[in-house]
Every structure is written in structure tokens, then in C-alpha cells.
Design a protein around this ligand. Structure first.
Ligand code: NOJ
Length: 734
């Protein structure tokens, strides 16, 4: 195949048969291709266009087909299925002059067709193996559908639940966001690019996209460099270190310079400091947007700015395609810059094995066998159970007895379409198990279902039926939350309450006196103190994906004991936002008896639920932590231990957390910082000593002079159940 297609450069196919290429043959092929390419063909490799998906199937604009034939477009996104990608690949490798294969990308964020929980939910599992497995399944299905490249993981740190994209990240903590970023990259890229179950990862959105002012999408990001380096940069760095093949620029500006035209971010930090060697793609039309940002007078200038900054590929904006040649001729960009970008892109195509066999990912048999397979659905169910967070369980109303008479109520109780959440790739609600279906499959006690109200609007006409049903039941299960479109891109909200009449529905059901189990389905932390107060039990189910209903039934009936914990703080009200656990102490820390301390007049400082919080059907008791020494130095390993005991009557998994506080520094330090977690499984009555190790390197930060290092002095250490729990032990770093 390759020899036929690349007859003109057959010399460079001496590596045939190897999926682990030697860099010399890679370099030889790429360099040789560069010598054969026209400027237009080079710019074509730097151009990424989208295809469309109609009800009838995938479509592509005729102009783009011609662009492929003419070598003016080297990559496509939103094109998937083995058949459609084969059809498009054929245009490139059989009808274009140099027959360079296309690269196919897609937003495979939490599954391709077997949809897993949204990333924020997965982060609540604190289970890196399961998170890696989720990305592995996503990659396996995507690669079987002809895809080479996923626009994931999104590793933007997020502290503001008004921002809709909190659903795509790992929450508010930097240490945890780094671990999750690494796990996802490992999962997507598997045993290595070139395997037909691996896709290239794309770390996004570089950089600091998760901190828009007031949580408003695409908004300005302004933060100190110290803050950026300490909290926001590390997850991108972790993903790069884990081997992510590509990086996507962010839409926002950072310190006054839009990320897509920001040489400091894209070259000084990403390439020079972090050592990134893959290619950089922009976000959707982000080069064009340098004009409305006000840093370029026109699109041609925007393209020059982006290339100088370090962008290699232009997503959808066609700025490079339209203007880069003119900029080259005018001497405002150089051929060397263009060659550098093209070389990086061709290398990825080479590593994926596309020069060897451009159709290797287009295999309908593999696609049919793998997608939505029983094994993948089982993995999705496992991940979904692990992602559920039990927030309240008064009077042990949960787990439900299989003989209890249940009223199943709420706009999300029998809904399938919303379960896959935002960014659900090729997922379909029709493949999902609804909550009602899951409950019915597990128990004969379901009396019936009533919607009560819609997700939005102010129609209460369904309340009467819902109340009548509730009155007949022993327990009322009510599923409420957000519509999937309310989180994800361009989905910022100023309210964090339940939309429409849902809170009123919960109140009306609570008034029946029946115990109320509230199942929340949402993409962000919600501020719902009234709902929590009225409910006997609250189960945070996020958007759990294809197996949502089965996973929820497993948890509600106690076949699975919940162990998830919140990766983001839940506020009491929007007014507390941004609220996060690792705040600074201030010079006037909160004192309930003193007005002149850092607090609100009309609300407590404490959140509705703290970071790291989550209950189980059993209970755990922690001893005070102990350390292997009271003082330690650089080079020493300090062991910190605590006894954790299962004091209930069920086996359960506990996510044990280690936090530190640096008491005095050359700059102010957070009141607590997460430094490690361990998931332990304990039988009833069982105790385990949980030991973490800490070294001086774990205590480093950006000091007053911006050097990265630790400072001697006192540190408090907690081993505890969540960020507002436990008693510390003090140690001294000498
Ligand atoms: C815009 C989004 O910001 C980005 O995350 C996504 O990958 C691209 N669109 C492509 O769909």
C-alpha cells in the first residue's frame, strides 16, 4: 500500500512494518517530504477544518474536499466512523499530489460512543486506574472509528463553578489535576502512538483558560505570575511530561496577551521550560479572534502573530491558508518557521503509522466489535459507581431496601438524553440506561414515575400527580439538576441553583413527609442549601453516561457502597464564589465573634460541602497523625501515618487525604494543600495504618524572589477525610 501511494518517495519507506519508528527514518521522511512540498502544501499541513454531521450521516463541504485534493488541508475534525474517514483519507492519499495522509481529530472527552461520566465526576472517584481505563476505552473506540487524535484532556484548573467548563476538568486542586492529567494522557496514548487502540492526546486549553473573570466564558484572565505558576501551569506541565503529543491554545488572554498569540506561553514556557516537542494547534478560530481581542489589525497580522508565538496548526479559521504565503513573500514570516511547524505535524502522522498505512484506523470490523461492547459498558458502569458522591444520608435512609415502595419523580428520572452530558462525542441517549430503568431492573418496588416539572420553565401543573404518587410511597427518589447544555463550552451561569421549578418540586415533595432521596445530575457544583436541608439523602450523580441508571441503582440499593468525594467545593450561594479549600489565611482570619475579620455579613465563610467531602454507607474513624520524625531535612523521607478504622457494619472504601500547611513563608501560603491520597478498602471493624511519605521537594513553592524551592520552618500535616476535617501534627523542616 505505502509503496504504491508513495512511489515517488519510496526510498523513505525502509522502516516498513515497524510501529515503533526509528527517529532517523522519521526525520529522513519528513525532511524529504519538505523538500518536495510547495509553500501551499506546507501551509495545508498547518490547516485543520471541521466536517459536519447531519441526521443522514457525516458530510463535508465541497470546498474542503477540493482543499484536500489540492493539499490545502492536512487535518480534519468531527469526521468519524471507519467508512467516512476512509472515504476522506482516500481523497488525500489517492488524489492529492504528495499523497500525505490526513489526520482525524475529535472531541473524545469522556468516551466515544460508550459514554463515561463527565471528567469532573471521574475526578470525584479519586481512582487513577479507573480514570486511565476510561480514557483507554475512549481511545480504543475512537481509534476503531477512524480517529487519530482527541482534543483531550482538558486540564484547566477551575475554581469558579459559574464557568460551564468546570465539568471537563479535574476540579480545583492542582496536585490532583496533575495526577488526573497524567492518567488521561496515559489512557489515551496507551502503549504508544501507532497502536490501533491509541489516539494522540491534546492538552488544553493552554493556558489558564479556567480562570475567566467572573466565570464568564472566554473572559479575560488576569493573575499574578506566581499564582499562574503555582496553581494553573502544573497540570499542563504534568500532561506534557506524561508525553501528550499535542497542545491546544486557549481563547483567553493572559496578562494582556491572548494565549494564541502569546510567545511567552507558547515558546518560552511550553517549549523552552517544559520541553514540549509535539505540535500546537489553536482552538476554534482562535487566530481570527486575535483581531477582536485587539492585538492584531487584521487576520493576516493575526496569523503572523500566532506563528511567531509558536502556533503550528490553525483550527478552522483558515488564516494560515489565506494569508501565510503573502506574509512569507512580504518577509514577515520565514520559511524556516513554516518548516518547523510542518515538521512537527508530519512527525505525528509518521508516529501514528499513517505513512505506512493511511487506512490502518479505518477498520469496520474492529469498529463493530469494540464500540459499545459489553466490556466497555462494564467499565463505564464501574467508573460511574465510583464517581457518585453521597452528600447526605440522614437516618440511614440509604441504601434502599429492595422491598421499599418507591416513587420515582423528577424531570431527570426517566431521561436518557441528558445523561451523557456535554461533550459526548458520538454518544447517544438511546444507548443509555435511565435512572428509572436501573431502579426497575433492580427492584419490584417502583410504584411509578411522575415528572413533576420540566428542567426549565415555570410550569407546576405536574406537581399534583407527583405529590399523589409520593404519598403512596415509603421513599421518594427525585432526580433533579441541570440540562446537559447548561455545562460545557459557552455555558456560564450566574445562578447555581436548580433551574425552573425543580427546587419548588423538592419542597412540595418534602412537605408530604416521605423521606426524600435527591439524586442530583449536573455538571458543576451547585448552591442548593434548601434542597439539601429538605432531603433525607443527597446523591451527587453528575452526568454519569451510558450506564448511569445501572450505576445509580447499584449505589441506591447498596450493591455498591459509595466512595466518591468532591473535587470542587460546593458553595452555599453564588456570592461566595470563587470559594476553594486552599485559600490564604489573611491577616484577619475568620472569627465569629469579631466583625473586623475576613467574612460576610450575611453568610458563613464555610461552604455547603467542602473539597474532598463524601460519605459512605459505613463510617470511618481517624487517629491523630504521627510522623517518623519531628524534624527533617532535604534528602530525608518523612513518613506520616494515621490509623483509619471502619466503625460501621459494611465494608467500604475511604479516600484518605494528606494535607500540609507551611506556617511561615517568604510569601503567604494556603491554609491547607493536598499532597496525596490513598483509596483503602476496609471490612467492618477493620483498621489500617495509612502511611504517606513526604520529602522536602513536596514542600516547594514560588518564593518571594520567584525561585522554586522550600523554606525551613514549621509545617502542619493532616491525614483526614476531607479538607475541613482532622487535627494536624507539626514537623520542622531544617
Ligand atoms: C472549541 C473548544 O474550546 C475546544 O475545547 C474544542 O476542542 C474545539 N472547539 C473543537 O471542537
Amino acid at each position: 500500500m505505502a509503496a504504491a501511494i508513495f512511489a515517488g518517495i519510496a526510498l523513505f519507506f525502509s522502516f516498513q512494518g515497524s510501529s515503533v519508528p526509528l527517529s532517523s527514518s522519521e526525520d529522513r521522511l519528513v525532511d524529504s517530504l519538505l523538500t518536495l512540498m510547495t509553500v501551499e502544501e506546507k501551509i495545508g499541513q498547518m490547516t485543520l477544518f471541521t466536517t459536519d454531521w447531519e441526521a443522514t450521516g457525516p458530510t463535508i463541504r465541497e470546498g474542503y474536499r477540493e482543499d484536500i485534493r489540492q493539499g490545502r488541508c492536512g487535518a480534519l475534525f468531527n469526521s468519524h466512523t471507519a467508512a467516512f474517514t476512509r472515504e476522506l483519507q482516500r481523497l488525500a492519499v489517492e488524489e492529492s499530489r504528495l499523497k500525505i495522509p490526513l489526520l482525524f481529530g475529535y472531541d473524545v472527552i469522556h468516551g466515544y460512543k460508550t459514554i463515561f461520566p463527565i471528567p469532573l465526576a471521574e475526578a470525584a472517584s479519586w481512582d487513577l486506574e479507573a480514570i486511565e481505563r476510561s480514557a483507554r476505552v475512549a481511545a480504543t473506540e475512537a481509534a476503531a472509528a477512524g480517529l487519530h487524535w482527541t482534543f483531550a484532556p482538558m486540564v484547566d484548573l477551575t475554581r469558579d463553578p459559574r464557568w460551564g467548563r468546570v465539568m471537563e476538568g479535574a476540579g480545583e486542586d492542582t496536585w490532583w489535576a496533575c495526577r488526573v492529567a497524567e492518567a488521561r494522557v496515559r489512557g489515551f496514548q496507551g502503549k504508544g502512538l501507532g497502536h490501533t487502540d491509541a489516539v494522540a492526546a491534546c492538552v488544553k486549553h493552554y493556558a489558564a483558560y479556567g480562570a475567566p473573570t467572573a466565570g464568564r466564558e472566554y473572559g479575560t484572565v488576569d493573575m499574578s505570575e506566581r499564582f499562574f505558576r503555582e496553581y494553573y501551569l502544573p497540570p499542563y506541565a504534568a500532561a506534557v511530561r506524561a508525553g501528550a503529543a499535542t497542545v491546544m491554545t486557549a481563547f483567553n488572554d493572559y496578562d494582556g496577551v491572548p494565549a494564541t498569540g502569546n510567545r511567552y506561553l507558547l515558546t518560552d514556557v511550553l517549549r523552552r521550560e517544559l520541553g514540549f516537542t509535539g505540535f500546537v494547534v489553536t482552538d476554534y478560530t482562535a487566530i481570527n479572534e486575535l483581531v477582536p481581542h485587539g492585538v492584531a489589525r487584521n487576520e493576516q497580522e493575526a496569523g503572523e502573530l500566532a506563528l511567531h508565538a509558536g502556533v503550528d496548526m490553525d483550527m478552522q479559521g483558515a488564516v494560515f491558508q489565506q494569508y501565510l504565503k503573502a506574509s512569507l513573500e512580504a518577509g514577515r514570516v520565514s520559511m524556516a518557521q513554516i518548516d518547523t511547524a510542518v515538521r512537527r505535524i508530519l512527525k505525528l502522522k509518521y508516529r501514528l503509522g499513517l505513512f505506512e498505512d493511511p487506512y490502518k484506523f479505518c477498520d469496520p470490523e474492529r469498529e463493530k466489535r469494540l464500540i459499545l461492547s459489553a466490556e466497555h459498558r462494564a467499565a463505564a458502569r464501574d467508573m460511574a459507581r465510583k464517581s457518585i458522591v453521597l452528600l447526605k444520608n440522614e437516618g440511614q435512609v440509604l441504601p434502599l431496601s429492595r422491598t421499599a415502595r418507591l416513587a420515582v419523580i423528577g424531570p431527570l428520572a426517566d431521561n436518557k438524553d441528558e445523561l451523557i452530558g456535554s461533550w459526548s462525542a458520538a454518544g447517544s441517549g438511546s444507548d443509555c440506561v435511565s435512572l428509572l430503568e436501573g431502579l426497575r431492573a433492580t427492584s419490584r418496588g417502583v410504584l411509578g414515575h411522575a415528572k413533576g416539572c420540566e428542567l426549565e420553565g415555570n410550569d407546576r401543573r405536574g406537581f399534583a400527580e407527583a405529590i399523589a404518587l409520593a404519598k403512596k410511597a415509603d421513599v421518594v427518589v427525585v432526580a433533579v439538576g441541570e440540562a446537559a447544555y447548561m455545562s460545557g463550552e459557552a455555558a456560564s451561569r450566574t445562578q447555581l441553583s436548580l433551574p425552573g421549578e425543580q427546587e419548588a418540586l423538592v419542597e412540595a415533595l418534602a412537605a408530604t413527609g416521605r423521606p426524600l432521596v435527591v439524586v442530583l445530575m449536573n455538571g458543576r457544583p451547585l448552591a442548593i442549601p434548601n434542597v439539601v436541608e429538605r432531603a433525607a439523602a443527597v446523591v451527587e450523580a453528575w452526568w454519569l453516561g451510558t450506564e448511569a441508571g445501572n450505576a445509580l441503582a447499584d449505589v441506591l440499593f447498596g450493591d455498591y457502597n459509595p466512595s466518591g468525594k468532591l473535587p470542587m467545593t460546593f458553595p452555599r450561594s453564588v456570592g461566595q464564589v470563587p470559594i476553594f479549600y486552599n485559600e490564604k489565611n489573611t491577616g484577619r482570619p475568620f472569627d465569629p465573634n469579631s466583625k473586623w475579620t475576613s467574612k460576610y455579613l450575611d453568610a458563613p465563610n464555610s461552604p455547603l460541602f467542602p473539597f474532598g467531602f463524601g460519605l459512605s454507607y459505613t463510617s470511618f474513624e481517624y487517629s491523630l497523625p504521627t510522623t517518623s520524625a519531628l524534624t527533617f531535612r532535604a534528602g530525608d523521607t518523612l513518613r506520616v501515618s494515621a490509623q483509619v478504622r471502619n466503625t460501621g457494619d459494611r465494608a467500604g472504601t475511604e479516600v484518605v487525604q494528606l494535607y500540609v500547611r507551611d506556617q511561615v513563608g517568604s510569601v503567604t501560603r494556603p491554609v491547607r494543600e493536598l499532597k496525596g491520597i490513598q483509596r483503602i478498602h476496609l471490612q467492618p471493624g477493620e483498621s489500617r495504618t495509612v502511611t504517606f511519605t513526604l520529602t522536602e521537594t513536596d514542600l516547594r513553592f514560588y518564593r518571594r524572589d520567584m525561585s522554586f524551592g522550600s523554606e525551613p520552618g514549621a509545617f502542619d500535616l493532616w491525614i483526614c477525610s476531607h479538607s475541613a476535617h482532622g487535627q494536624p501534627v507539626r514537623v520542622e523542616l531544617q
